[in-house]
Every structure is written in C-alpha cells, then in structure tokens.
Design a protein around this ligand. Structure first.
Ligand SMILES: C[S@@+](CC[C@H](N)C(=O)[O-])C[C@H]1O[C@@H](n2cnc3c(N)ncnc32)[C@H](O)[C@@H]1O
Length: 212
C-alpha cells in the first residue's frame, strides 16, 4: 500500500482564480508536467516555489538546464504559468522554455523517479512553528535522505529560511543523515516570503548540503 505522507503544506486552493489563470491550469499546465525527462543534462529542482519568482530566475540564469518546480498550491502554480506565458495566446515565453511544473507534493514525484539533480532549492519552507505542528515540517531527516538520494555526485541542496529556530532544527535533522552542511551567505536570493520576512528575523540564513 502507498505510504500516507503527513501533509506539509497549508492548502491546495486559495481565492478564486481569474478566467485566464483557470484556463492556464485547465489547458496549458499539462504541457508543463515533467514527463519523459532524462538524466542527461543539468537538472535543477525547486521545491515549494510559491508564486515562482525564483523558478523564473533559475530558468533565466541557467538556460541550458532543465528546471522543475514543485508546488501543490494551485494559485501559486497559476501565478507562475501566468508569468511565463504570453497574455495574448498563452504560449510559453522564450526565456522560460526550460521550465517544468509538478503541481503537487514533491515527495510523490521523488518517490516515483530516478532523476538526479545538480541543484535542489528549498526557499522559505513552511516553518510550522507551533510544537504540535512540528511533525508537518518538510525538511526532516527522512526527507533530507530522500533528497540526498536524488543528487548527482557533486550536487547541492540549497536551503534558505528566515525562521532561525527552524533553521537550527534542520541542522539537527541533517546530523541524522550522511549529508554534509556548509553555511554560505547567499544574500542575493529574492522570493516573496523573504520579502514578507514572516518570522521578522534580521535576514534569511542559508545552508548547502552535499553528499561528500
Ligand atoms: C512559505 S511558502 C514559500 C514559497 C516560496 N519558496 C517563497 O519563498 O516565496 C512554502 C511553500 O512550500 C510549499 N510546500 C509545502 N510542502 C510541500 C511539498 N511537500 N511539496 C512541494 N511544495 C510544498 C507550500 O505549498 C508553500 O507554497
């Protein structure tokens, strides 16, 4: 029987979508699903992309790479689709031809695939700050091991959060895996949640995890 995962995201649907965004989800999204992707070129995964600002940055900065963005919140998926397609005919804009979208829990995709990624980004994962919600935190040891199994030899997992308590908790989880952590300043990364600075700490902290 398929393992029932604990839900790590708040919701899948938010406020009613505009007609264009609903059309994008109904008719354009299927073409973006990550089907038939081969382990041949450079592969980059972003988990929980929100509205997709950083996925778009990745696509532009890495035109030769394939970028897969995973996000179960459909309003976020619609926001990304809207930003990467032309308003006149819903065709993909040239800068974003390398983007694929997995509109669901990333664990479903990873458990079912043998893709190896050069980079895996997780920016501002939901911190689930209340003690009774801690089990919903995505970046637990089990998940980090799953990510480690999907990294190329020199691949990197890049994690950023402004929730310092969650950051320290993730470090404790890393210790239960065979991954190595380093702590570079990556202050040039911008996402919506970073700008909201929900945890009201001074700055996001970043860590990079590798298999060696
Ligand atoms: C706090 S938001 C941050 C969004 C974005 N990275 C940013 O910095 O603006 C966390 C996102 O992670 C997504 N998320 C949570 N669990 C996930 C999972 N299992 N797979 C994929 N995305 C997930 C949520 O739906 C949410 O959009």
């Amino acid at each position: 029987m398929e393992k029932q995962e604990i839900r790590t995201f708040g919701r899948r649907h938010g406020k009613k979508l505009s007609a264009r965004k609903q059309t994008l989800l109904d008719t354009v999204l299927p073409a973006f699903l990550p089907k038939n992707i081969k382990n041949t070129g450079n592969l980059i995964l972003e988990i929980g992309f929100g509205n997709g600002e950083h996925v778009r940055d990745l696509a532009i900065r890495n035109p030769e790479s394939i970028i897969i963005g995973a996000e179960p919140f459909m309003n976020g998926v619609a926001a990304l689709l809207s930003a990467i397609t032309s308003e006149s005919d819903n065709q993909i804009l040239p800068d974003y031809k390398n983007i694929h979208i997995w509109p669901d829990d990333v664990r479903k995709m990873l458990n079912d695939s043998d893709l190896q990624f050069n980079e895996i980004w997780v920016l501002h994962p939901d911190p689930w700050p209340k003690a009774r919600h801690e089990k919903r935190r995505l970046l637990n040891a089990e998940f980090l091991k799953l990510l480690g199994a999907h990294l190329t030899d020199n691949g990197q997992i890049i994690i950023g959060t402004d929730h310092w308590e969650y950051f320290d908790w993730i470090i404790e989880q890393v210790k239960q895996t065979s991954l190595y952590a380093s702590f570079p300043p990556l202050s040039t990364i911008h996402t919506r949640y970073q700008e909201k600075n929900m945890a009201e700490t001074d700055a996001p902290k970043y860590m990079i995890l590798t298999n060696q």
